[in-house]
Design a binder for this molecule. Structure first.
Ligand SMILES: [Ca+2]
Ligand SMILES: [Ca+2]
Ligand SMILES: [Ca+2]
Ligand SMILES: [Ca+2]
Length: 625
């Protein structure tokens, strides 16, 4: 059965306090469906004026020009929702959705998200995820390190606004850099010491200081759901019941048949006469975050790195901290939320501006509660996994609805002050260049353009900007291979024998080879990042995705807006050349459209913006003024 749950009075008054919006909620399946129109009027919150109305006063000038502001009977779409329901979000496995069966519901709705309330520094940042082991080796041992990364800071951001030779990112996330026995570092043995392969604590301090001098903030991965089984705490705890560290971990006197939340696999592992909980593997025993001494350690560890200068943390496996039982008790428990409230409070005392970014690899309705609320805030930022896979699926299939569906659910459910991390892929996923290989560079360019013009804080995964693909094989290492700098030995990554071979040292596949090419993927990324940095509307503005767009045969349109700036984003994921008309509402003052990439200015009359000849995988971004 459908129940309409909405904050109706707030909606009617369209007041600034309105944060959560209208949804149709299916009690039987627990699935949300996006439907955002009531009687043809704009549903949304905040004071922004609706940009596209239901009216059909504008008409196309030729038969193949679609008028995107009049294509559908919007009011009628609400009545149509009763019979069939479909989940338009993806689950937590990182794969594409099985498919959106009833695409019409997504297509026939306009969605709207308000301008950000009180933006903080991280709302306007452009992030970059780095695997230190694979970025740059400084000493010829074949392993990337902090001094190597430091030597590449000018590539990331030279700190000079008048140069555009640099990429322009200003927020780095370092994958784990604490001492660990593994190549990836997600199993820590010493939370207060930098991984020996990467350098020293002093090296990190130097890196952070040099980054700050360029306007770059640095956060590091903090993995506290579990430690390594080689951590001294666990080694001691495993000696028996009398260990002073026994309660640092989670023990049972009997075997418990709890599976992994994402699929089959045991989570309890035998040690002596007892079993310990290790969600990911027996080599990664879960820390017991209900033990006061452990909580105190974690807070102290966070303070340790904040005092050294880091700007915050990316929080691994953030939904799995505290278990209350098998099944539903293994993820997203109230106790886990309470931990994050307490942790946030502790971090804020040491560093009020610190950023906490959570990995909650689940559908949006599970992710959103991790923001907490203004009284009990939890994490500042959460990654939007649904929008990431929706975006790639849109480019991959040509159907805009996948991205639209995911983005719209976020816009309608996230608090107005929430910082959402948008991305294409991360270190756990097939790289974009491999995922979109059938769409070539044009597909990667479109994916980049959609990410960098949509709401949220964008995060690049290192190498995405040059189209670095997966390596051969299937292990996680194939997603984390060395950065390709130039056509020299080991693609410029090391003078020695690289820990893994770079995929390519062909000049065109490297930073050097793409730097001087104005049509390269790298140049496209630089252009888009610069554009985003120059546009308040793109960083903080409201977002509207009009009705009727994004089907398999139509372009995807976003209107991003702050009071003095209106940006029209147009993407064509389809295989056909597209032409259409968009009518600027309240168009009295609108006299021209300016192409923000080429600078071309075209006069508009009567508020009619007509776009013709938008090629397959084409993208345009205009300022209307
Ligand atoms: Ca090295
Ligand atoms: Ca610069
Ligand atoms: Ca090590
Ligand atoms: Ca846990």
């Amino acid at each position: 059965m459908w129940a309409v749950c909405l904050e109706f009075p707030k909606l009617l008054f369209n007041g600034p306090t309105c944060k959560h919006h209208m949804k149709l909620y299916n009690k039987n399946t627990g699935l949300f469906l996006l439907v955002v129109f009531v009687a043809g009027s704009m549903v949304g919150c905040g004071s922004a004026t609706p940009l596209v109305k239901e009216s059909s006063t504008s008409t196309a000038t030729s038969s193949d020009v679609v008028d995107i502001s009049s294509g559908f009977d919007v009011a009628g779409s609400v009545a149509d929702t009763g019979s069939e329901t479909h989940d338009v979000t993806q689950g937590g496995d990182g794969d594409f959705a099985d498919g959106v069966a009833d695409t019409s519901e997504v297509i026939r709705s306009t969605c709207f998200g308000p301008e950000l309330e009180s933006p903080e520094w991280y709302h306007g940042a452009v992030g970059y995820e780095v695997f230190v082991r694979s970025y740059q080796d400084s000493d010829g041992d074949g392993i990337g390190d902090l001094q190597g990364l430091r030597s590449r800071l000018d590539y990331l951001n030279d700190g000079n606004d008048t140069t555009d030779s640099d990429l322009g990112v200003d927020l780095l996330w370092l994958m784990p850099v604490f001492e660990s026995p593994s190549y990836h570092g997600y199993d820590v043995v010493d939370y207060r010491t930098i991984e020996n392969d990467y350098g020293t604590n002093a090296d990190l301090k130097q890196l952070v200081e040099d980054a700050h001098a360029r306007g770059i903030k640095v956060i590091v991965d903090l993995v506290i759901n579990h430690s390594s089984s080689q951590h001294p705490w666990f080694v001691d705890a495993a000696t028996g019941q009398n260990s002073a560290f026994r309660d640092y971990y989670v023990w049972s006197d009997s075997f418990l048949d709890w599976q992994k939340p994402w699929g089959p696999g045991t989570t309890w592992h035998k040690k002596g006469n007892a079993w310990y909980y290790g969600l990911f593997s027996s080599a990664m025993p879960d820390l017991n975050l209900t033990t006061d001494a452990v909580v105190a350690e974690i807070k102290s560890i966070a303070d340790h790195w904040l005092m050294l200068g880091v700007d915050g943390f990316r929080l691994d496996a953030a939904r799995y901290l505290i278990e209350t039982g098998g099944g539903v008790g293994q993820a997203d428990t109230e106790q886990t939320h309470q931990f994050w409230q307490e942790f946030r409070n502790s971090v804020a005392k040491t560093s009020p501006q610190a950023l906490l970014v959570g990995e909650v690899w689940e559908k949006t309705s599970v992710v959103i509660p991790y923001f907490g609320d203004t009284l009990l805030p939890e994490l500042n930022m959460l990654f939007d996994f649904d929008a990431a896979s929706g975006l790639l699926q849109t480019v991959s299939t040509g159907k805009g609805l996948y991205f639209k569906a995911a983005l719209c659910e976020r816009l309608m459910s996230a608090p107005g002050w929430a910082a959402v991390g948008s991305f294409l892929t991360n270190h756990d996923m097939t790289r974009v260049a491999t995922e979109l290989s059938h769409k070539n560079t044009a597909g990667m360019k479109l994916a980049a353009a959609l990410m960098l013009t949509s709401p949220g804080t964008p995060w690049l995964y290192y190498g995405e900007e040059i189209g670095l693909p997966n390596g051969k094989g299937s292990g996680d290492e194939t997603k984390r291979l060395p950065m390709q700098w130039d056509a020299g030995h080991a693609a410029g990554f090391t003078t020695g024998t690289p820990w893994q071979s770079p995929v390519s040292d062909v000049l065109a596949d490297t930073v050097l080879g793409q730097t001087d090419s104005p049509t390269s993927l790298l140049s496209w990324y630089k252009t888009l990042i610069k554009l985003r940095k120059s546009s308040k509307a793109l960083r903080f503005g409201s977002t509207e995705i009009p009705d009727g767009v994004g089907s398999g045969t139509q372009p995807l349109v976003m209107i991003r807006r702050v009071p003095n700036e209106t940006i029209l984003v147009v993407a064509n994921p389809t295989d056909e050349t597209q032409s259409f008309v968009w009518t600027v509402p309240n168009s009295a003052g609108a006299q021209s459209r300016i192409d923000k990439i080429t600078g071309e200015r075209v006069a508009i009359e009567g508020g009619r913006v007509e776009i013709t000849g938008l090629e397959p995988l084409g993208f345009r971004v205009f300022q209307i003024q």
